[in-house]
Design a protein around this ligand. Structure first.
Ligand code: PLP
Length: 361
């Protein structure tokens, strides 16, 4: 895939860009450019074009608007100590994008084309990468069915786009979230699309998110669809639990059953926790295990992780059975240590032993 550079002739001024970066948030402002490529069954992938960020003109009968055949990714670029910029594990996102495409009957984008288009855009927009620890340039690659027509079948045309937005810390890291354990709604069922990063999984989750908010909670915890017993994920993040304290602690997470989304952060946290000397486990965790564990004090900390927020402490869970605080409800020491270590690796201030950072500028 050739990348044709046709950048925005009127990019934001230094002052305008600085003001937008300083505002932070998540997805509030987008950078000057985007990358776009088209696929058709007849001719495969087009060249990619780096061009001015802006609205798309879409026929009302475009397939994605009706049947939701769409996938996306989320990854970040971090400022490095010498002023350079690195991507965090982009190959892992490229590989997952390929798997999501296969599940959603979209064309597979070769991994090197995913990585090269992301690198090209981030390199071009490097002035938009925030300079503070914990901040980043969030990258959103996505692909959708762009065939025009209402026939229900895999689209014979697809559009791939990459956009970027400066991001401050997504959740306040000092504040633990409260979660609502939903027994009424499910996110994913065996044989469904839970393993794919597709918009429909999110669309189906919003009513439960609304219910969580009505219960005074920040996020939803999803249980398995079959027994409504096994803990799967929290909103769009993977969950972790800590048993015990100090160097003898065990860090464990729900095992991937085919209905969970395999987070890049999840896999990084498993490795970082092990590197820090903790025992790590991927196991089945029931709601009862959760309840009993926090009640007896065996479970000392709970946190969620994902690219957007990195690591977010879970201070309490609420369900139809009652409210169960985690410890004293404040972020725990192992949660903080893992968060700081992962962010340190991403920002190049802690040794990147596993070769996760990919330098782009
Ligand atoms: C994206 C996502 C995650 C987190 O994945 P990361 O690769 O760590 O960002 C977890 N759960 C769901 C449902 C997701 O969509």
């Amino acid at each position: 895939m050739k990348i044709i550079l046709n950048p925005n002739p009127n990019p934001a001024s230094d002052a305008d860009r600085a003001a937008k970066v300083a505002q932070g948030g998540f997805g509030k402002h987008y950078t000057d450019n985007m990358v776009l490529a088209q696929w058709s069954e007849a001719s495969g992938w087009s060249d990619a074009e780096l061009k001015t960020y802006g609205p798309l003109s879409i026929d009302p009968a475009t397939s994605v608007l009706h049947y939701g055949q769409e996938i996306f990714e989320g990854l970040k670029a971090y400022i490095q100590p010498n002023g350079g910029v690195s991507l965090f594990r982009p190959e892992a996102n490229a590989e997952r994008f390929r798997r999501s495409a296969a599940r959603m009957a979209l064309p597979e984008l070769p991994m090197q084309d995913f990585v090269r288009t992301v690198e090209a855009l981030v390199n071009h927009e490097r002035a938009w990468v925030p300079k503070n620890f914990g901040e980043s340039l969030y990258i959103r690659p996505f692909m959708f069915a762009s065939e025009i027509g209402l026939g229900v079948r895999p689209s014979n045309q697809a559009t791939y786009i990459v956009i970027t937005t400066p991001a401050s810390a997504y959740f306040n890291p000092g504040k633990a979230v409260t979660v609502w354990i939903s027994t009424e709604y499910v996110r994913a069922a065996p044989g469904g699309t839970g393993e794919a990063k597709t918009g429909g999984n999110y669309a189906g989750s919003l009513l439960a998110q609304k219910q969580a908010a009505a219960e005074g909670c920040d996020q939803v915890v999803w249980l398995d669809a079959m027994e409504r017993k096994w803990v799967e994920e929290m909103g769009g993040m993977n969950l972790f639990f800590v048993k015990g304290a100090g160097q003898g602690a065990t860090v464990f997470t729900p095992k991937l059953t085919g209905t969970l989304l395999a987070g890049v952060t999840r896999s990084s946290v498993l490795q970082v926790a092990q590197d820090l000397g903790y025992k790590v486990e991927e196991v089945m965790i029931s709601v009862d295990d959760w309840h009993r564990g926090v009640n007896s004090g065996e479970i000392t900390e709970i946190f969620a992780c994902g690219t957007a927020a990195v690591v977010t402490p879970v201070g309490a869970a609420k369900s139809a059975q009652g409210t169960w605080p985690t410890g004293d409800g404040n972020p725990g020491p192992i949660t903080n240590q893992i968060r700081q270590t992962l962010l340190g690796i991403q920002h190049g201030t802690i040794e990147d032993k596993h070769g996760w950072n990919k330098r782009v500028s």
